[in-house]
Design a protein around this ligand. Structure first.
Ligand code: ATP
Length: 246
């Protein structure tokens, strides 16, 4: 059985409004995918459907993991199967040290070396951060990095990064590259949800979403070129014109 996460003709409607339609996609092992699109295209909704957040069940279509139908499984059950989502806005925990946040609750024991290494990967000096608390004194960027470090320790099969770049000039492309390559070398795949071209270029395969559907897919540089030429300066965002489809 091929190891693959598949979206088969996914539709999603809320309050009579079609947010996603006819989404077909395959996510294989050890690959980085990007889902590119302008604001409101439906990217986050798709990420939430894959993760299975409450209220996010396709109106039509199926989600298959290695052939198993996971369409109606809860977030917990999907997490157990190795799917994880990093939020646009990471959680704020108070009164717990970064060290404990990263080591408690995990299934396996984490060595000091590993702990230091993941912090370094996300650009946080272990000497300065291990004993700090996870609280509102951490900047948004720092919290996001802590979140990424915890994902690196988890080694998920599928990591969905929703706007890994949002609000953070500090999160360099170089750091994102390090995180991606670490996740992939641990055997995982990544789905990057983004509206930024340079982030999409970090992927192996790109999907361009417009108005709730996949308008184009393929080699990231080709997709990004199309996005630059068409979507960036589109005066009818999320209303694809006939000539663009196909
Ligand atoms: N629960 C909901 N009820 C009604 N409309 C919704 C709901 N969720 C999303 N939408 C609408 O669906 C569209 C897609 O939203 P979504 O957040 O998925 O877009 P996005 O591509 O992630 O955008 P952004 O880049 O701004 O985060 C938007 O027009 C949004 O207003």
């Amino acid at each position: 059985m091929m190891k693959v996460l598949e979206l088969v003709d996914i539709w999603y409607e809320v309050e009579g409004k079609t947010i996603l339609r006819e989404i077909n996609a395959r996510f294989e092992e050890k690959k980085v995918y990007s889902i590119l699109g302008t604001n409101g295209a439906g990217k986050s909704t798709l990420a939430y459907l894959i993760m299975g957040l409450e209220g996010y069940r396709p109106t039509r279509g199926k989600i298959l993991l290695d052939g198993e139908d996971i369409t109606n499984l809860s977030v917990t059950e999907r997490a157990r199967r190795g799917i994880t989502l990093m939020w646009q806005e990471p959680a704020r925990f108070t009164g717990i040290k970064i060290r404990d946040y990263l080591t408690l609750g995990g299934k396996r024991k984490v060595s000091e070396d590993e702990l230091e290494r993941v912090l370094e990967t996300v650009g946080l000096n272990p000497l300065l951060y291990l004993e700090r608390n996870v609280d509102e004194k951490l900047s948004g960027g720092e919290r996001k990095r802590v979140e990424l470090a915890s994902i690196l320790l988890m080694k998920p099969r599928y990591t969905i990064l929703d706007e890994p770049d949002s609000g953070i000039d500090i999160m360099s492309l170089e750091m994102i590259e390090r995180v991606l390559s670490e996740l992939v070398s641990a055997g995982g795949s990544v789905i990057l949800v983004t509206h930024r071209e340079e982030i999409a270029l970090e992927s192996d395969y790109a999907f361009l979403i417009c108005h709730g559907t996949i308008l184009k897919e393929g080699d990231p540089s080709t997709i990004v070129q199309f996005y630059k030429n068409s979507c960036d300066k589109c005066d009818h965002p999320n209303e694809p014109q006939e000539e663009m489809i196909g």
